[in-house]
Design a protein around this ligand. Structure first.
Ligand SMILES: [Zn+2]
Length: 322
């Protein structure tokens, strides 16, 4: 094998001088060129991959982007569903259960921990945060829906058992009181109209002309219709569930002891009998032997505004008819 001749320029002699390269040196040069070729190739490939993705890679990354958008939409929908659920929850706790006297659902039950264990296998995902948050929301929603459906079932049960109670508890005014003009003295400390001393007024007075109809305020049984010192002609009605009502100073009875009455039945007429300074009805509500403010028992009769107006009149009217 003949040695290949190379020439190198010599500036001193201004001539090209032959250079003898042996096989070893030549191999080294070839290897060097080969290696730099590979390096340049790799570099170009990396640049290409970075700026110009292969169709397959491009497709996958597009699909991934689409999935992320869908995930985001699901996450937002879940947020919306949770807002609606929260509204139902508020009504459940603050309206239905209050009216039906059910215990509110404990915060502990509502906020029962979901645990993190089952999300562990998602930790390694590329978009672990979004996946875990969305899955947590989904689990939370599922759990809350379950609790809520149980609660509504319980409420409909309460409605059925309270149907009877709702008919019986005093819930209207004992006289027709349009514009609240018949509202006289309310429940509480008042000046006694006869002795001029402060005394606790155990009921509510409605001023009305003699002969005005008096209505029973809930379903029940008449337990007394007779005369009583101070109260004059008085009717007692037992409503069950611990409730009784009394209607005093009547001029006439329309019912007798032992009679069954339903809410709105005319039981007597307004009068001025007993210790009274003018024709009026004195009305009392008792619950489990304790005298209550009758004002809280007109909820089938008064709007919240009317209730507010009545409170003003009853509180500011210091004079009672007894
Ligand atoms: Zn009174």
């Amino acid at each position: 094998m003949s040695k290949k001749r190379y020439y190198i320029y010599n500036s001193d002699t201004d001539t090209y001088e032959p250079v003898i390269i042996n096989g070893y040196k030549r191999t080294l040069i070839i290897i060097k060129r080969f290696l730099s070729g590979i390096l340049i190739g790799i570099g170009l490939f990396a640049i290409y991959m970075h700026y110009f993705k292969s169709p397959k890679v491009r497709q996958i990354s597009q699909e991934r982007e689409l999935l992320m958008i869908k995930y985001d939409i699901v996450s937002k929908r879940l947020d919306e569903a949770l807002v609606v659920l929260n509204d139902i929850r508020q009504r459940d706790d603050n309206l239905y259960r209050v009216i039906l006297q059910g215990d509110p659902i404990s915060q502990q039950t509502r906020k029962a921990s979901l645990g993190l264990a089952k999300y562990e296998d998602m930790m390694n995902l590329q978009d672990a945060d979004l996946a875990i948050t969305t899955n947590k929301k989904m689990d939370y929603l599922r759990r809350q829906l379950y609790i809520q459906s149980n609660s509504l079932e319980e409420i409909s049960q309460l409605c059925r058992t309270h149907e009877d109670k709702l008919k019986k508890i005093p819930a209207i005014q004992p006289v027709s009181n349009k514009d609240l003009k018949r509202t006289a003295s309310g429940f509480g400390w008042r000046v006694d109209p006869v002795y001029q001393t402060r005394r606790f007024h155990q009921g509510m007075d409605f001023s009305a002309p003699k002969g005005t109809p008096v209505y029973v305020t809930g379903d029940g049984i008449v337990t007394k219709a007779g005369y009583e010192q101070g109260y004059g002609n008085i009717i007692y009605v037992d409503h069950g569930h611990g409730y009784t009502t009394r209607y005093a100073h009547l001029s006439k009875f329309k019912v007798k002891k032992g009679m069954k009455v339903t809410r709105g039945t005319e039981i007597g007429l307004v009068g001025n009998t007993g210790k009274s300074t003018g024709p009026h009805l004195h009305y009392e509500v008792h619950l489990n032997g304790k005298v209550m403010n009758p004002m809280h028992y007109y909820f089938l009769d008064l709007t919240p505004d009317e209730y507010e107006a009545m409170t003003q009149i009853a509180d500011n009217n210091g004079l009672m008819f007894d």
